[in-house]
Design a protein around this ligand. Structure first.
Ligand code: NAP
Length: 484
């Protein structure tokens, strides 16, 4: 499929669920930032859709409040907010009903790029797709954007895909994974494929292991009932961490083109080996004076759902045979931190002696907080006293080298929504990728469900269950510390 990248003169973006949490916290603030940087076309229109009966002015007022709340002070003026709100409109539609579709259709312009963002529960995806088709709102170039969770298992993911495929071609479907919208994730691809330095070393011969950590300090918050049916494996590993793993492990695509990239990612997922029982550690947080236990947060005393998971993964292919990928994610951990660490092997022989201080090289890619990348290299410790070695970070963060403007990077949602408008699917998951990821995850989940496996307790504010540390210790390795 040839990617359709068209100039963005104007667009109609319809947000189903325009009054919901995601729209208020991420989607509309992202679009606001775009507006503020002068990059939103004058004729762009954003139409919120939900069941609530309200006038467009009330919607604008609600969103104005959301911008005050979710856009940093100093990055929003009353003038900017008023200017942005002038692009907004609202139509009342019940996705399951028949009212409102005609009014919505009347607001859409033939000459504009047309995108529908499904920011609603996945149970409504099929209804909206059908409604758009039945009421004549979709044409061949219409794009639809769908949010996670994309399925609960392989079967439900297939159903969702089939529900969308009835009315939309794959080139029209944008499955969002906001981790892929992060500047550093794209920088990872630039570093890997834009330099001769890394790719020759990017394999099991030179890389000892890879670590991916996504640590959160929050608990399940108000999402307890959803989360308890899902858990860290479904909520984080199957999608976000899997996508990161794919970008690290994939073969170089022949070009930076949506299907070339996604073909390579798909091959990685398919190369994942089944996970051995001893290579999974699941945990559940235990609160303290300040925060509740997981089981109280989800109001289910018998819950066996994991709020933490660590896995040791292997890829069965020539590039990676013998190099483990350790991945972990959890809630109520010591710090909010997401990073990827590529640990290279030590030099085969140290000419400086075993106690010279030489360390293995390490490339750390920090997704949050403070997005950035550094490569630790060994140099001579300056000064007299013989050949003592020290490892120092080579900072590959763009802000330093490229000036302060470079630190004003678009936020993930802003970038991804604009990619939808431009018709660029490179950073979106294809249907077969999502299904392959579920096909891998389902048996791992089934194994612990069949065994009535109970997650290990871990203290809120810790690094997760002790056993997750042992997962590396027994291989003579250790996790990088969870810290900001
Ligand atoms: P939410 O706060 O519950 O909002 C749901 C929105 O959908 C509301 O605007 C609601 O308005 C509208 N809606 C519900 N039923 C509808 C119907 N039949 N027809 C038309 N509109 C309807 O949910 P959310 O947190 O924004 O999440 C939206 C989606 O994004 C979910 O799939 C969620 O899993 C996913 N997601 C959310 C987050 C997040 O941080 N919130 C993060 C990742 C993914 P009315 O009640 O007025 O209809």
């Amino acid at each position: 499929m040839v990617s359709r990248i068209i100039p963005v003169d104007t667009f109609d973006l319809v947000i189903f669920g325009g009054t919901g949490d995601l729209a208020r916290r991420k989607i509309l603030p992202g679009l606001f930032r775009r507006y503020r940087s002068g990059q939103m076309p004058e004729a762009a229109r954003i139409i919120g859709v939900a069941r609530s009966d309200m006038a467009a002015d009330d919607f604008r007022q609600q969103i104005g409040q959301a911008l005050e709340e979710f856009v940093e002070e100093g990055k929003r003026s009353a003038n900017d907010i008023a200017g942005f709100l002038a692009h907004l409109d609202y139509v009342r539609v019940d996705a399951k009903g028949t009212d409102g579709w005609g009014e919505l259709k009347g607001k859409l312009r033939d000459e504009a790029v047309r995108a529908f963002y499904f920011s609603v529960a996945p149970g409504l995806f099929g209804d909206i797709a059908r409604g758009l088709h039945k009421h004549g709102l979709a044409h061949d170039e219409t794009r639809i954007v769908v949010e996670k969770p994309f399925g609960h298992d392989l079967e439900s993911a297939k159903e969702l895909n089939a529900g969308l495929a009835k009315y939309f071609d794959e080139h029209q479907v944008y499955r969002i994974d906001h981790y892929l919208g992060k500047e550093t994730v794209q920088n990872l691809m630039a570093v890997r494929f834009g330099n001769i330095l890394f790719e020759p070393l990017w394999n099991a011969q030179f890389i000892d292991h890879v670590q991916i950590t996504v640590a959160e300090t929050v608990g399940v918050g108000g999402r307890g009932s959803y989360y308890d049916k899902s858990g860290a494996m479904r909520d984080m590993i199957q999608n976000h961490l899997m996508q990161l793993l794919c970008l690290i492990a994939m073969e170089p695509p022949s070009k930076f083109d949506p299907d070339a990239v996604r073909d390579e990612k798909l091959k990685v997922i398919r190369a994942l080996e089944p996970v051995a029982k001893n290579d999974v550690v699941r945990g559940q947080y235990v609160g303290n004076d300040a925060v509740a236990d997981y089981i109280d947060d989800v109001e289910n005393p018998d819950s066996a759902t994991e709020s933490f998971i660590a896995l040791k993964l292997h890829l069965a292919n020539w590039r990676w045979a013998g190099t483990p990928f350790y991945v972990r994610t959890g809630k109520r951990l010591r710090a909010r931190m997401s990073e990827i660490v590529i640990r290279f092997k030590e030099t085969p022989h140290s000419i400086f002696g075993a106690d010279s201080g030489s360390k293995a090289n390490e490339l750390a890619i920090r997704l949050q907080p403070n997005e950035g990348m550094d490569l630790r290299v060994t140099i001579k410790e300056p000064g007299p006293g013989g050949m003592r070695l020290v490892d120092v970070p080579l900072d590959m963060t763009f802000a330093e080298a490229l000036g302060p403007e470079a630190s004003e990077v678009p936020d993930a949602y802003e970038r991804l929504i604009m990619d939808v408008i431009r018709g660029n699917q490179t950073l979106f998951m294809r249907g077969d990728e999502v299904e392959a990821a579920w096909a891998w995850a389902d048996p791992v989940i089934a194994a612990w469900e069949d065994n009535n496996d109970k997650p290990r307790a871990y203290d809120a504010g810790s690094s997760g269950p002790e056993d997750s540390l042992a997962l590396l210790h027994r291989d003579g390795r250790r996790w990088r510390e969870i810290k900001v």
